[in-house]
Each structure stands twice: as C-alpha cells, then as structure tokens.
Design a protein around this ligand. Sequence first.
Ligand SMILES: Cc1cc2nc3c(=O)[nH]c(=O)nc-3n(C[C@H](O)[C@H](O)[C@H](O)COP(=O)(O)OP(=O)(O)OC[C@H]3O[C@@H](n4cnc5c(N)ncnc54)[C@H](O)[C@@H]3O)c2cc1C
Length: 402
Amino acid sequence: MDFSWTEEQDLWRRTVRDFAQKQIKPRVREIDTSKKIPEEIIKGMAQLGLLAPTTAKEYGGAEVNWTMASIAAEELGRADISLAIPVLYLVESAWGFIFSQYGTKEAKKEYLPKITSGKAFCGIAVTEPTGGSDIVGAAKTQAVKSGNHWILNGEKMFISGITESSKWGGVHLTLARTDPSADYKGFSFFAVPLKDNPSIETTLLEDMGRMGISTGGFVMKDVKLPAYHLIGELNRGFYYAMEGFSAARVLIGATCVGAAEAALELGREHIKNRTAFGQPLGSFEGVQFPLAEHYCNIEGVKLLTYKAAWIMDKMYKEKKFNHHDVALAAAISKLRAPIHAFEVMNEVADWLGATGYTKEYPIEMGIRGVRSYSIGAEGTMNIMRIIIARELLGKEFLPYKS
Ligand SMILES: Cc1cc2nc3c(=O)[nH]c(=O)nc-3n(C[C@H](O)[C@H](O)[C@H](O)COP(=O)(O)OP(=O)(O)OC[C@H]3O[C@@H](n4cnc5c(N)ncnc54)[C@H](O)[C@@H]3O)c2cc1C
C-alpha cells in the first residue's frame, strides 16, 4: 500500500490548482450572479485539458485516469465552492467517457473534438418528470427505428446543461426505451443534440445553487436521429448509464472534498483571528472540537473517494475489479461526501457569525451548491444506500422488483 502521490499526480494537482486559484476563484461570485461561466475560463480549461479529460486523445481528450480526474475535480471544487464549474467538469468527464468508450466513430468525430475544446457540451439525460430513482418503472421516452434513423419521443427533466447544450451545441446522452416489453434490458442510449433542433422544446428551472450551470428539461417530438447516434449496443443503455453514474459519483466525492477543504480553511483562518471574550475563537473547545471532527470527516471522505478512483483505474486498466466493486465504492463516496461537505460549510457559517449569513463570504454559495448532491443529482442518498445494501445482501434483497 502506498499513500503518496506520484510526481505526475503532484504536477497535475499543482497545475490545476494554479489555474483554478488564479482564474476561477476570484470570479465565483460573478459566476453565481451572472449565472454563466465566463468564456475565458472555458477556454483556459480547454487549454489545460480539463474538458472531458477522460476521453480519447484521438478526439482531443487527455485520456487521464480516474485518479487524475479526481485530483482535478478536487482542485476545481476547492476553487469554485458554488460547484458550477465542477459540475460542468464532472458531467463532461463521466459522460464524455461513456461517449468516448461506446459511441460510434462518426458521432465521436462530429462532437467530441468540439466538447474537449469547449465549443460544445456533453450532458446526460436519464431523469423524466415521472421519476428519477425508479427510472425503469418511470421512463416513458421511446426510440423507434425507422430505416436508417431513430425516432425519439418523450420528455427529460432536471437535466444539467440545457442552456449550454442549446447554445454551444453538443449532445445529451439520452436514455430511451427500445424494447418496451423488457425491463432494464430494454433501454438504449442516444446522442441527442439540442441546438437548433425544431423537434425539441427546452425548458429551464430556477435552481437553489450552482447557478453558473443551467438545469432544465426537454420535450422530444419525433426527433429524428441518424443511426450512428445510437451509443454502444442496442438495449445496453441501462448498463452504460450505471457505468457513467459510478464515474460521476466518484468525481462528485472529489469535488465535495475540495469544496469542504476550502470552507474549512476559510473557517480555520477566521477562528484564529476573530476574538471573543479576550481570546481567539479557535482557543475555545466548543469551536476546536468541531474543527477536529470536520477535519477527520473530510480526511475519511478523501480516502474513500480516492480508493474508489483507484478501484476504477484498476478495473479499466487491469480488470482487477468489476462494475459491482466500482458501484459500491462510488456509492459509499457519494453517500458521505456531500453530507460532510454540507456539515463543514454549515459549521463555518456559524463560526463567521453574522457575516456567515451574508454574501461577504462564499460559504452560502457552497451550502446551496452542495445540496444538489445530497438531494439527488447523479442519484439520491437513499439510492446510494440501496446500492450499498444490494452489494452487501444480494440483488434478491432489493426493495423493489428489478
Ligand atoms: C441539480 C440537479 C441536477 C440534475 N441533473 C441531472 C442530469 O443532468 N441528468 C439527469 O438525468 N438527471 C439529473 N438530475 C436528476 C436526478 O438524477 C434525480 O433528481 C434523482 O435521480 C432523483 O429522482 P427524482 O428527483 O425524480 O426523485 P424521486 O425518484 O421521486 O425520489 C424522491 C425521494 O424518494 C426517495 N426514494 C425513491 N425510491 C426510494 C426507495 N426505494 N427507498 C427509499 N427512498 C426512495 C429518494 O431517495 C428521494 O429522496 C438532477 C437533479 C438535480 C437536483
């Protein structure tokens, strides 16, 4: 066992940190208020290879492994505590990877170079208005083959990156039923471009946080896609979705670690300098002890998250683990990371006193942003618990019919 970083990992962290602290951190409030990520930041991310970095080099990606991808996620979370840029980063990393692994050559050639250069977006569209957790039971979107095309009808809701995809171009990997008589084995994945598509109507939602990236939905009425927009094998879409979710959950863990570290560092400085009753706040045990507890929790989540990234690297490179091992490790990280990050931020808001309730500090952006992950982006907390219990007890103990 070796807990040290390699030279390459150290250099990558320093490079991303330098960029993120200089170019992103000073603009987070502006991003939160203007509700968009500045073009210069997107360009800078593209230059550093931070857009869909897990995709193949052939299409402009950096082919980084999951440990490297997690290091960047942590640094982006540390710089943008609102989590808007980390969301853009991790959604494209996870789903760009699935696209890169399973998409057709034509589709990848058409979209991936634009995605990795910041000219297009890559998102995920699984959830429907009728439900996200029970997607197998709830999904109504259907895809029917017609000659050399697929025709899609249905509605997706609570989808990240609707404005980005509609304005910049790119695709949302969209889950649709291709065999209505089958259960989860009847879904396929399609690359659906939202921009300038008259058969697609988009809607936008007003979120609580992570304001720099949009959330919304889209209705598809006879959307006609060329056959090469099918991703991977027919009726294997559910498996690809689960694979992408595991990857996204590990990056969420890393992002939350970074944001929690930034919040705790801010709080630590404050309690060292702010005095009450003639001494620094940090000298009171009532303040010190939570500091120690939160520090331990973040360290714990960090270990869980990088262990999950390491398991993924071992699976993809050496086939030493399988998708169940990855799903379990990713669910553990996703179950713990947003909760601890939220608790840290909530505590730091207390330490800041009245200023903790103002926009003087970024903490309130963090609290709003990190809640998206405990509420349910990329799977709710209870779904993480169900995955963990499934791996411990067996599939036959699932609380629903699979
Ligand atoms: C900010 C944000 C961004 C998102 N971006 C995307 C995106 O880009 N693409 C996408 O496809 N989706 C996205 N989602 C949707 C997300 O995946 C869903 O919100 C999530 O899967 C939960 O679905 P739901 O909202 O329909 O809640 P429901 O499935 O209705 O669940 C409601 C509650 O019931 C609980 N519950 C459900 N079943 C059980 C059970 N068997 N046992 C115990 N408790 C249960 C859940 O844990 C939850 O607390 C996003 C969500 C948010 C908040």
